[in-house]
Design a protein around this ligand. Structure first.
Ligand code: PLP
Length: 383
């Protein structure tokens, strides 16, 4: 019998890092500096160096990171924030916290990311609703950067801020630039299943602005001033834990290596599957960190395919079954233009396969053969 296949194998990584991570976590516990201990600063500095950016500020999670960027911009009711509908809810959730209005835009069919051609339509939608457009939140979905040249251009011309929600794409590169070097802010999530995950919740904001960095440090700490009992603005309690920072220092040390391993897994899937199903494509001169490996399948066959793979011990997942504009909590917000047909279609077709740096070739070949068999029938598999 084959051992169970994990969708994301966090235990394999833990095994690899066991000695180092346990030592680091124990040292953090023994130091008793649980809130903003020295490991937080060390991790922030190391992550800034990794990105080639000036500032990294750790936060409690990736959703808070987005919210704090919006607070730094002074976003408030009456403001419009343009973001894709085909994303995890957190992207728009932080906008709604502040009473601002997310304007949902459609995605590009090949990349699953915000379609820059839709941005002028979204801007028009915001203005016609009497809202003040303030920012674009682009999402690096499934690990691939959004099409930033076009998005940056648009934001510059329209004087909008750009927040890169890189919860899934942190570590990716766009035409030689790493996440963190693009836009006004990049946000990261260290939720365990993300490419750079910790052992609980965690997040960060990357920015090159000294002024924004100072505001962000205040906002994550109850709006503190120079002293911690001086409060100069309404903030939040959203700090990265010392223990999680200690763990992340060890994880960051092997992150490049893991990104390369993820790329190898993606290459093997592509070679084994591209002739039978639409496999994901990465834009030229870009590098994905492969948070997910997402196929497009015939919507009428998706459930049957999932069930067949499940019967063979292969877990799959649908990210995301509904675009945000079809979710109960988000239905009331405007969509750009005449609906979001590409998002709706993607939601009906997507199917993600197991993806992590420790997926061995033998297991992966079994997954590939099983997908081929399910799609084509048994006779086509010549091994
Ligand atoms: C996971 C995720 C977030 C939120 O991160 P948390 O750390 O879970 O709060 C935001 N945006 C996207 C696209 C995500 O996938």
């Amino acid at each position: 019998m084959r051992p169970p296949i994990e969708f994301i194998d966090l235990k394999a990584q833990q095994h690899r890092l066991a000695g180092a991570v346990q030592k680091a976590a124990l040292a953090a516990i023994e130091s008793a500096q649980y809130i903003l201990g020295p490991q937080v600063t060390e991790f922030e500095e190391k992550l800034a160096a990794f990105c080639g950016a000036r500032h990294v500020i750790g936060t409690a999670n990736g959703t808070d990171a987005i919210g704090i960027c919006l607070m730094t911009l002074g976003v408030r009711p009456g403001d419009a924030i343009i973001c894709p509908a085909f994303t995890f809810a957190a992207t728009a959730e932080a906008v709604a916290w502040l009473g601002a209005t997310p304007i949902f835009v459609d995605i590009d069919e090949d990349s699953f990311n915000l379609d820059p051609a839709q941005l002028p339509i979204a801007l028009d939608t915001a203005k016609r609703a009497g809202l003040k457009p303030r920012a674009v939140i682009a999402v690096d979905l499934f690990g691939q950067p959004a099409d930033y040249d076009a998005i940056e251009n648009f934001c510059r011309n329209e004087k909008l801020a750009l927040i890169c929600d890189s919860a899934q794409g942190f570590g990716a590169t766009y035409k030689g630039r790493r996440t963190g070097q693009i836009g006004d802010f990049t946000t990261a999530s260290f939720f365990p299943a993300k490419p750079l995950g910790c052992y609980g919740d965690g997040g960060a904001i990357v920015t090159n602005s000294d002024e924004s960095a100072e505001i962000i440090r205040s906002l994550r700490f109850h709006g503190k001033g120079d002293d911690k009992y001086e409060h100069v603005r309404i903030g939040m309690n959203s700090r990265l834990d010392t223990i999680q920072a200690a763990i992340l220092i060890e994880k960051l040390a092997i992150f490049e290596d893991e990104i390369a391993a993820r790329q190898a897994v993606a290459n093997r899937y592509d070679a084994g599957l591209h002739d039978v199903v639409k496999t994901p494509s990465v834009m030229p001169d870009c590098r994905s960190v492969w948070a997910q490996y997402t196929l497009r399948v015939d919507p009428r066959r998706r459930s049957a395919l999932m069930a067949e793979l499940k019967s063979k011990g292969i877990p799959t997942a649908v990210y995301y079954p509904k675009p945000l504009n079809e979710q109960e909590a988000y239905r009331r917000f405007p969509v750009a233009g005449n609906g979001l047909p590409t998002s709706t279609q993607a939601a009906s077709e997507v199917l993600s396969l197991p993806m992590h740096p420790y997926l061995d070739a033998d297991t992966q070949d079994y997954i590939i053969e099983s997908v081929r068999e399910a799609l084509l029938g048994r006779q086509s598999i010549a091994v």
